[in-house]
Design a binder for this molecule. Structure first.
Ligand SMILES: O=C(O)C1=C[C@@H](OP(=O)(O)O)[C@@H](O)[C@H](O)C1
Ligand SMILES: C=C(OP(=O)(O)O)C(=O)O
Length: 420
């Protein structure tokens, strides 16, 4: 399907969809805990559905209701069928760390995008811990044959924090302790902090050390009822829509949430958008005169495509930097973002770890290739709201990965968008 977007004025209230990252963690940790856990308000997106199907294949009891999932966990076993994680890096990496703790072999695969994303640092780390791994080229499809027997592991932290989350989440299941030594600085650190917070909610502990993490062995995950809060990465598209094209109030957000992408609100404020925060966590974003600045996205890479869209509407130069790991996402997001914005008329130059944008740019509608990447699709749709003429975006259904109601939500706010 294609999405056709025209210049629009927006006004209204939208609830942020549930957090994708919290939902993955809630489903997996509930599956690891002996007993019954209830996950309320989870995200039912394609990525989190892949995780839910996978924990079922690994032996968890799963009962899906309209706005919650009941999971009976604790007695996991290797999956007899190949686990297909579709488009989801978080699913395949964290679940590989879990499957590696089980006695036997589990195989994983995904779609073409996922099968081209890096897995080797995690597979090498699992091999260092005594797990037999088999993959053709360090990518999916691959299999792991557990259990883990080692007690120390070395892994780089600058490709994906999901490798670290995978090792940490699996570790308490081992008889032995685990020390994780990072061989490079850790990027996307807030996601590891979300992992540790979620593990603590299920009664297990992780210690942060000078060069990584330490997890005591032989710990038991306890069942817990968890309510999933709103997703700041998805909300960024709503905030940007308000800041560029009108006035949008976003609800269902918790300012105490460890999600790193809540930095987007501070960024909008710094750029000059009208931002108002209520004591309940709601945030209103209103169109303002925007000015360029330098933004380090090392810890919030998912904001890159929409931050680049904002940058095109800022006076002066905006430098987005620090996020070379954007090259390993659903697409090479530095390239795919620069490509679509340049085709719309933006002055944008790729760098190794981000981009430089000279604004303000007059954007014009163009044919946008998303590369099947949900965040490129949604960023292009927001760019289309301020472009002259029609923006035609391919593969529009790919937003179902993280934000299935994106188009309906934008239309309800007054966006001129139609699916054809
Ligand atoms: O752990 C997670 O939930 C995620 C970690 C991040 O990936 P990297 O650690 O690969 O940057 C982020 O981009 C992804 O959307 C979700
Ligand atoms: C990179 C993302 O997710 P994942 O790594 O789980 O595919 C994302 O949602 O932008």
């Amino acid at each position: 399907m294609k999405l056709i977007v025209s210049h629009s004025k927006l006004r209204g209230i939208a609830a942020a969809p549930p957090s994708k990252s919290h939902t993955h963690r809630a489903f997996i940790l509930a599956a690891l805990a002996e007993g019954t856990s209830v996950v309320s308000s989870p995200l039912f997106g394609e990525d989190t559905n892949a995780t839910l199907d996978a924990v079922e294949a690994l032996g968890a009891g799963v009962s899906r209701a309209k706005d919650s999932v009941i999971i009976s966990g604790g007695a996991l076993h290797p999956s007899v069928k190949i686990i297909d994680c579709k488009n989801s890096g978080t699913s395949i990496r964290i679940l590989a760390g879990t499957a590696a703790q089980l006695h036997g072999t589990t195989s994983f695969t995904g779609d073409a995008s996922l099968c081209s994303r890096p897995m080797k640092p995690l597979l090498d780390a699992l091999a260092e811990l005594g797990v037999a791994v088999s993959s053709q080229d360090g990518c999916a499809p691959f299999s792991v044959t557990g259990p883990v027997s080692g007690t120390a592991v070395h892994i780089r932290g600058d490709i994906s924090s999901q490798f670290i989350s995978a090792l940490l989440i699996g570790a308490p299941l081992s008889k032995n302790e685990l020390t994780v030594h990072l061989t490079t600085p850790l990027t996307s650190r807030p996601y590891v902090e979300m992992t540790i917070a979620a593990m603590e909610e299920h009664g297990v502990s992780v210690v942060t050390t000078d060069d990584g993490f330490f997890v005591p062995g032989n710990q038991n995950y306890l069942p817990a009822d968890v309510r999933v809060g709103g997703d700041y990465s998805s909300a960024a598209f709503l905030f940007a829509a308000g800041a560029l094209a009108g006035d949008v109030l976003v609800t269902n957000l918790d300012p105490r949430d460890p999600q790193g992408d809540k930095m987007f609100i501070d960024l909008l404020e710094k750029l000059g958008a009208g931002i108002t925060r209520s004591s309940l966590g709601d945030v209103r974003a209103v169109k303002g005169t925007l000015h360029g600045t330098d933004v380090n996205l090392a810890d919030a890479p998912d904001l890159f495509p929409i931050a680049a869209v904002l940058a095109t509407q800022c006076e002066g130069t905006t430098r987005l930097f620090g996020a070379a790991h954007l090259r390993f996402k659903e697409s090479d997001r530095i390239r795919s973002t620069a490509l679509f914005l340049r085709s719309m008329g933006a002055d944008i130059t790729e760098t190794d770890d981000g981009c430089i944008v000279n604004g303000p740019c007059t954007l014009s509608g163009a044919n946008v290739t998303t590369f099947g990447d949900h965040r490129i699709m949604m960023a292009a749709a927001i760019a289309g709201l301020v472009a002259k003429g029609e923006t035609v975006i391919d593969d529009a259904e790919c937003c179902a990965v993280s934000y299935p109601n994106f188009v309906a939500e934008m239309q309800a706010l007054g966006a001129q968008m139609r699916l054809v």
